[in-house]
Design a binder for this molecule. Structure first.
Ligand SMILES: Nc1ncnc2c1ncn2[C@@H]1O[C@H](COP(=O)(O)OP(=O)(O)OP(=O)(O)O)[C@@H](O)[C@H]1O
Ligand SMILES: [Mg+2]
Length: 327
């Protein structure tokens, strides 16, 4: 107790904003960490012994931080755990939380991962984590002017996008009682797929909706009208968030700036990324190459959205120096 009092007294007298005092206990390196010296808040952190928490392959993936890492494994084999502990590993090695970016497919999964890591070290909860769309939204709100888009844009959710497509289709007198024309939801899927998979409308229809082939040209016109509306009204749908993010990242100055900001990129469920998301991930990490992606090449639930296993297959070509870890 006297020892602790002396530490607290020392805190008031000295200026450093961060002081860590290691104490060895029960296989864990217990850290008594004194942060925010002015208010003298004391937090107890566990310096996790990774070897006890991870198997050998997970451990290898977590500790490799200076090159690209591709973790491939089947369902439930501990891929997400690699990301969770890699965040923790970086934080406990004093990398700034704001330099880490974690991209996932649901906001909930990002929150869960960070809050689990945060139980070992509260700084993990400061790491930026979210979906591709939420990340792109945030960046575009700040930087869209670089590519000539006002940042007062309005987001169209899926329902809004379908309704607008219906309006465009009606204006073009597309819906026809005598013929079975695709409904607004199918129109949205066809158009979205063509964007996310980087295919023409005709290619998408030929491959996924061959019975609508006679409408290919008309759907192309609906798409044009829909785009016109969005531009005039400053609307962005979910696909636009990805498209404009990619356009932004094609600007070398911006790309360099963003890679300075986010030095460590991690992507969960990489098998569910589509072509656009794969390109965005590549641009984010192209410069420093500190990227870890985890995925299962046998499961993809977002195929309808243009998710492509190709991103996993192509990862070693994009990053030839990558370490491939199979769990
Ligand atoms: N080395 C380990 N030691 C103890 N528990 C582990 C280990 N690796 C994974 N687990 C546990 O196994 C379960 C599945 O792990 P995790 O969610 O990381 O797998 P996943 O490969 O991401 O699964 P999914 O394919 O569903 O995304 C979790 O409860 C996780 O905490
Ligand atoms: Mg997982």
């Amino acid at each position: 107790m006297l020892f602790l009092k002396r530490i607290l007294f020392f805190c008031f007298l000295t200026t450093p904003s961060f002081l860590v005092l290691p104490l060895k206990k029960e296989g864990l390196l217990k850290m008594l960490c004194v942060t925010n010296i002015k208010n003298c808040v004391i937090i107890s952190l566990n310096m996790i012994n990774l070897k006890e928490q991870l198997n050998c392959s997970q451990y290898e993936a977590v500790r490799t931080i200076d090159r690209p890492v591709l973790v491939i494994a089947g369902a439930g084999s501990g891929k997400t755990r690699v990301i969770e502990y890699k965040v923790l590993y970086l934080i406990q090695n004093n990398f700034s939380p704001s330099s880490i970016l974690l991209l996932t497919f649901t906001r909930k999964s990002a929150e869960e991962m960070l809050s689990r890591a945060g139980k070992h070290d509260p700084r993990c909860t400061e790491v930026e984590g979210g979906t591709f769309h939420s990340f792109c939204f945030k960046i575009l709100k700040r930087y869209s002017r670089i590519i000539g888009i006002s940042n007062s844009f309005i987001i169209l959710d899926e329902g809004d996008a379908e309704d607008l497509l219906k309006k465009c289709a009606s204006e073009l007198k597309f819906f026809n009682k005598e013929k079975k024309t695709p409904n607004k939801r199918t129109l949205r899927k066809i158009i979205s797929m063509s964007i996310n998979k980087d295919m023409t409308i005709k290619e998408v229809i030929q491959r996924y909706y061959p019975y609508y082939i006679e409408f290919s040209e008309d759907i192309g016109k609906i798409r044009e009208k829909y785009f016109e509306y969005k531009i005039n009204k400053n609307y962005l749908d979910y696909d636009d968030l990805l498209i404009y993010m990619k356009v932004l990242l094609e600007d070398e100055g911006f790309r360099n700036m963003i890679s300075e900001r986010y030095r460590y990129i991690m992507v969960d469920e990489y098998q569910d990324t589509n072509k656009l998301q794969g390109d965005i991930t590549y641009y984010l990490a192209e410069r420093h190459k500190n990227i870890t992606v985890v995925g299962d090449d046998a499961q993809s639930i977002y195929n309808f959205r243009g998710a492509s296993h190709e991103n996993i297959m192509k990862f070693p070509n994009l990053f030839p120096e990558c370490k491939i870890v199979r769990l």
